[in-house]
Design a binder for this molecule. Structure first.
Ligand SMILES: [Zn+2]
Length: 157
């Protein structure tokens, strides 16, 4: 079946054989690029504050989501935080059981607003505690690429 043929019933098309050329350039955007470059180069976490309404963003942004003002300045935050909530994942992405369960959750990042979704490192499910402090764990500087995977996760302290 070719791409130009009309499909009358969805169940008739279960897969497509061949290659589809996909050319694209993905960027994080200016705000997240600055955020991930600071982690890559300096191991620092950047937040920003709207000069008009005072909203604080982590990661840093270049425009305010609340009042649409431009944000030009960033400030460092330690990247530490507090466990707000968590859950334990026993199944892998394909539904098969994991060898060891993963713990993921939300943390409130010190000096910012709201909660961020994170992966907890070396966390036994029965040892994760809401309200406990956490700190970020980064890849070694030589291994950082300027993206989300430079952050290995967060460890309870
Ligand atoms: Zn604002």
């Amino acid at each position: 079946m070719g791409l130009s043929e009309r499909i009358e019933r969805n169940v008739d098309l279960s897969y497509f054989e061949g290659k589809i050329p996909v050319n694209y350039v993905y960027t994080y955007g200016l705000g997240l690029e600055k955020f991930f470059n600071a982690i890559k180069e300096k191991g620092e976490f950047l937040a920003s504050r709207c000069p008009e309404c005072g909203a604080v963003y982590f990661p840093c942004r270049i425009f305010c989501e609340r009042c649409f003002s431009e944000i030009t300045r960033t400030f460092k935050v330690p990247g530490t935080g507090t466990v707000y909530s968590y859950t334990v994942c026993h199944l892998d992405m394909d539904g098969s059981p994991k060898k060891e369960p993963d713990v993921v959750g939300l943390i409130e990042v010190d000096g910012t607003e709201g909660a961020k979704f994170v992966h907890f490192i070396d966390a036994k499910p029965d040892k994760v505690t809401i309200g406990r402090k956490v700190k970020p764990v980064l890849k070694a500087k030589k291994d950082r690429e300027g993206g989300i995977f430079d952050i290995k996760g967060f460890r309870q302290v």
